[in-house]
Design a protein. Structure first.
Length: 479
């Protein structure tokens, strides 16, 4: 029996007819098609990364104001992607008054998520879209203060759950609270350093302190109101700090105007260890403190993909929920095969929200947007419905976005690939695609060499036969 091609790498003994050249050629053709499909998917997963314009590195004076080794707190955005760090005259940290804060304007403060490699490699997260739009400009032009709370040096951890644990705290009966995780921080040298200078406090408490110190001069009678926006891991952060602010304001411990008017959690992520803390605060801040809460889901990096049942049960009571689908950075739309494009979908939740402040946004009166009135969002919260995007997925602009309302009770729970499934898919896809690429390259080189050798032998043989014929004809001529 002859060997029969089952895969490019595996042969078995079978009927001689199996080795028919046409069957063998079809087998190789099938695997070639599979290879091309996998390669296209892998390339499409990587390609958007190279087109991403949200990659500006922070200037030293932005990342380390005053040359401090450890800086955290609030920075205010100016037009044209300019950051103005708050610098406390005593501590040098971003907790205090600033000439770039207008006390009469509504104010939005954004907080970034996990920042593995953020200190040395990536720098401070910008408010720039995939297509290069400076999103803070849109809000500034419409009369808002736009700030970012930076805790990059604490969030720069190789393990996302270690960074997350720094947000939360454990409080004793005497009221003293301690972070759940040692508050180590990443220095300019890339090394981890321990907290020093007194009792450590959690990142959630740092956010709270930064807001209270930096917005103390606000004038609510002239138009000030506070909105907190958190992305990814910091969906939990804005809920932790926002709940502290709301509770303290309602108790009279801080000015009432420091209670957030609205909290947005964009593609939020939290681990099972903190799900109770997040859901409890979401419920209480909405019902007991009358704060509007909105949540979006855009990628497999979000916790709602894992907690669909909880959201289905609590959706009527906790938040105005919307499911956005940014296919413009991930046209394949298979979450466990998206590759790096999955990360861009995760970031697109932030883009979708900040661009939605556009005055021309068609969803501003009654759909999901940053301009939608609070009373509309609260009505959706208690309606038993949520929004799901149906059009406009292939473009970054929000002007062509359309949504439909779905009932929690009759819809399937929000689902999606987990981060673990995404990671596994990324590894398997790239191993298969690039492994087959290497195989076909070897196969082509090998068979090219064989063909060249056979051609060389054939040429030599033909040359020899020609030489023999010439000799014979010469002998005949001599005779």
């Amino acid at each position: 029996m002859e060997p029969c091609c089952v895969t490019p790498l595996v042969h078995v003994q079978c009927h001689p007819k199996c080795y028919d050249w046409r069957l063998r050629r079809g087998c190789m053709g099938l695997w070639c098609v599979i290879w091309i499909v996998l390669l296209v998917i892998a390339i499409m997963g990587w390609a958007p990364i190279f087109d991403d314009k949200d990659n500006k590195k922070a200037l030293p004076e932005e990342q380390f104001p005053g040359g401090l080794d450890l800086w955290y707190g609030i920075q205010w955005w100016g037009r044209g992607d300019v950051l103005h760090p708050v610098v406390n005259i005593t501590t040098g940290l971003g907790q205090g008054p600033s000439p770039f804060f207008d006390a009469t304007k509504p104010t939005v403060i954004y907080c970034h998520g996990w920042q593995d490699g953020g200190v040395v490699s990536d720098g401070l997260e910008r408010l720039t879209s995939h297509d290069g739009i400076h999103m803070a400009d849109l809000w500034i032009d419409q009369g808002w203060n736009v700030g970012s709370f930076y805790w990059t040096q604490f969030a720069d951890e190789p393990d996302v759950e270690v960074a997350e644990a720094k947000i939360w705290e454990t409080c004793l009966e005497d009221g003293v609270c301690y972070p759940k995780q040692a508050m180590s921080w990443r220095g300019k040298d890339g090394k981890s350093h321990p907290w020093s200078g007194g009792l450590p406090i959690s990142a959630g408490q740092i956010f709270y302190d930064s807001v209270v110190a930096s917005l103390a001069t606000a004038k609510p009678e002239s138009g000030f109101k506070l909105r907190l926006v958190g992305h990814s891991l910091i969906g939990g952060m804005v809920m932790a700090a926002g709940f502290k602010l709301a509770a303290a304001a309602d108790k009279g411990e801080i000015p009432a105007f420091l209670k957030p008017d609205r909290i947005a959690m964009l593609d939020p992520n939290w681990s099972p260890a903190n799900e109770e803390a997040v859901f409890t605060r979401m419920y209480e801040i909405s019902h007991f403190h009358n704060v509007t809460v909105e949540v979006t889901r855009a990628s497999s990096f979000s916790a709602p993909a894992r907690y669909g049942n909880q959201l289905k049960n609590l959706g009527n009571y906790t938040c105005a929920f919307s499911w956005v689908d940014p296919l413009y950075v991930d046209p394949i739309d298979i979450e466990w095969l998206t590759g790096p494009a999955g990360g861009l979908k995760h970031m697109a939740a932030r883009t979708s929200y900040f661009l939605s402040i556009d005055r021309n946004n068609p969803n501003r009166p009654s759909g999901p947007s940053a301009r939608t009135p609070n009373d509309v969002l609260k009505q959706v919260t208690i309606s038993g419905q949520y929004w799901k995007q149906t059009k406009g997925m292939s473009t970054e602009t929000v002007l062509d976005d359309e949504y439909e309302k779905l009932a929690w009770a009759t819809s399937e729970p929000i689902t999606g690939a987990s981060i673990e499934e995404w990671s596994t898919g990324l590894i398997l896809l790239n191993v298969a695609a690039w492994g087959l690429t290497a195989y076909w390259s070897f196969w082509g080189c090998y068979h090219g060499a064989v063909f060249a050798q056979a051609l060389s032998r054939s040429t030599a043989k033909n040359a020899g036969e020609f030489s023999d014929d010439s000799t014979e004809r010469s002998d005949e001529d001599d005779e």
